[in-house]
Design a protein around this ligand. Sequence first.
Ligand SMILES: [Zn+2]
Ligand SMILES: [Zn+2]
Length: 256
Amino acid sequence: MSFLYNLCSSSSGNATFIGSQAEGFFIDMGTGVRTVFRFLKDARIDKKAIQGIFITHEHSDHVKGLSTLLKYLPVPVYATRGTLLALYEKGILHNGNRMIPLNGPADIGRFIVTPYATSHDAAESVCYQIQEKNGATAAVCTDLGYVSEEIEAMLSECSTVMLESNHDREMLRNGPYPYFLKKRILSDSGHLSNAQAAQTIQKLTQGNLRQLLLAHLSEHNNLPSLALQSSLSAVGEHPCEVYVLPKWGEGRRFFL
Ligand SMILES: [Zn+2]
Ligand SMILES: [Zn+2]
């Protein structure tokens, strides 16, 4: 049975595994080799079962473990052309790595993984929809300034949605960040606030939503209880489980 496992989720590191013991892949690699191998050992997943790593964008909280991991686990890296080029220019990817540019759905084992463009201050950022062939559909959607109609339609097809709920607007406004950074986060190419996430979640309650995972919480400008409160109100009476992803994975698997 396929599941989603989040290894870490915050402004300092993001990485998610999707698959089963037989096969699977990562989305982003913002954590170290040791964390990845501990997860694989605990979940009894063989290294050979890992088919690739999908990258959303080149910001360090999504790729800081990538180049070292590829030395131990030389799997293909899937990303948009813009992201691959940015990673190459930063020296994170090199000619020895297998780079697979995405311009549409990727067929990977039991899954179809489709990139959707996000508005974020990176070269060519995306979020991903993951469709298990003859099975459930999930989304991993973080680092976006606003939710486009296209992304909203994509999310409404999914039963498991991992969605950014980055900051509480008041905490951010009154918090310690310098003005330029506050402006960046609040902009259309920044991050989703709890209120923006809630607006989207409310619309998703008309669709297939069954598991909602709140992701990429800011460590300085949010509280898990604020993100949860805002999403719970948005979910209303819709039958759906809501879960706030902690900074470090707690061993919980979300079956698709
Ligand atoms: Zn990020
Ligand atoms: Zn980012």
